[in-house]
Design a protein around this ligand. Structure first.
Ligand code: XMP
Length: 346
């Protein structure tokens, strides 16, 4: 494996944390990885969920990522049959992801109901090109339209959500409005959507959530899964998010994941650009699509550096993207650090 970590990462992380600490007025206290006792944490959270929900019913959305998977098991431990888990198919997920996640959880004894909401999400995103507006549209489609309806249908009083410490930090700092942040930006879910939100993982960063997931007995595939954003492939489409454009980025994502999973990098992704560029195919001009590839070294997504990929990895990647994804004539590899870049494109 031809990959070298950025030697300046530790220094940059310390500097970033100090600067952020100074500007952020975080009301939530982080539980650091080294101070986390997973068994104690799980026992406390299960008791807390039971006491908050009381005799009521609660629901959650499972995406198959480590955060929502851990919340799914905590909710089931706490509430048993009074907890219902849904997989919301927004039309923005990766190839085969909805069916695979539902069957993986069925195998470990957790029933997950697949909810088709593709039209709701594409309707909300139609005509929008501004990144924050797209994020806002996804939040409303998710919390107001889809969960508002599910909560009414089931008489649930609470939604359990896998919001983690980094999600809150990025939103409070004004970097990005994470799709799952409500109260920190002034939305009262009870007033706005008719249910309360419980966020059992809010004091943990991703590495600590992975430790909880292992303790809960989740399969390795879930515990070690690279992060995937709540807004899903919409976070990787620059410009309007349409079914046609999501299909392109979905194909590119599958190729990037196939080719780069062996790197063990923190996260790797494909982005579809809005600008077209002139290319040439079969001796003729082809005004085609551009895909940008990003591959990140990071420990918790707070800061990151591009993985120093070798051309032995980059060459076949470009070859597959330009031959297997219709219309792609240009593939670029992003060499920017976070900051100033962010991990996702929107
Ligand atoms: P950014 O792009 O802000 O991403 O550098 C940091 C980490 O968070 C993920 N991400 C999200 N996760 N809801 C989430 O649950 C979101 O709205 C969201 N946006 C970004 C991203 O994949 C990376 O791991």
């Amino acid at each position: 494996m031809d990959r070298h970590r950025d030697p300046t990462e530790k220094r940059r992380l310390n500097k970033y944390s100090k600067e952020r600490g100074a500007v952020l007025n975080m009301k939530i206290k982080e539980i650091r990885l080294e101070e986390l006792n997973p068994e104690k944490f799980i026992t406390e959270k299960v008791a807390e969920i039971r006491s908050i929900v009381g005799d009521g019913l609660a629901v959650n959305a499972l995406s198959g990522g480590v955060d929502s998977s851990a919340v799914t098991l905590l909710g089931h431990r706490a509430l048993g049959d009074r907890f219902k888990t849904y997989f919301i198919d927004s039309g923005l997920m990766r190839e085969g992801e909805p069916e695979h996640t539902v069957s993986l959880f069925n195998d470990i004894g957790v029933t997950v109901e697949l909810v088709h909401a593709e039209d709701t999400f594409f309707g909300a995103l139609s005509g929008r090109t501004d990144p924050e507006e797209k994020r806002e549209a996804i939040t409303q489609a998710f919390y107001r339209d889809v969960f508002g309806r599910l909560v009414r249908e089931t008489d649930a009083t609470h939604l359990l959500h896998g919001t983690n410490y980094t999600d809150v930090e990025e939103t409070v700092a004004g970097i990005k409005r994470q799709h799952n942040i409500l109260e920190q930006i002034g939305i009262d879910p009870q007033k706005a959507y008719g249910y309360k939100v419980i966020e059992p993982l809010i004091q943990l960063r991703k590495s600590a959530v992975r430790k909880i997931a292992i303790s809960l007995g989740l399969p390795e595939e879930i515990c070690n899964r690279p992060p995937f954003p709540g807004p899903a492939l919409a976070a990787r489409v620059i410009g309007e998010v349409t079914p046609k454009r999501v299909k392109i980025v979905r194909m590119a994502t599958q190729i990037v994941e196939d080719q780069l999973s062996s790197t063990g990098a923190f996260q790797y992704l494909a982005i579809l650009h809005e600008d077209r560029v002139t290319g040439v195919r079969e001796g003729k001009r082809d005004y085609g699509l551009q895909i940008e590839v990003r591959c990140w070294e990071s420990t918790d997504a707070k800061i990151g550096s591009p993985t120093r990929l070798s051309y032995d990895l980059l060459d076949p990647l470009a070859e597959r993207l330009t031959t297997e994804v219709p219309g792609v004539v240009s593939v670029t590899y992003n060499i920017t650090k976070k900051p100033p870049s962010t991990i996702e494109a929107i």
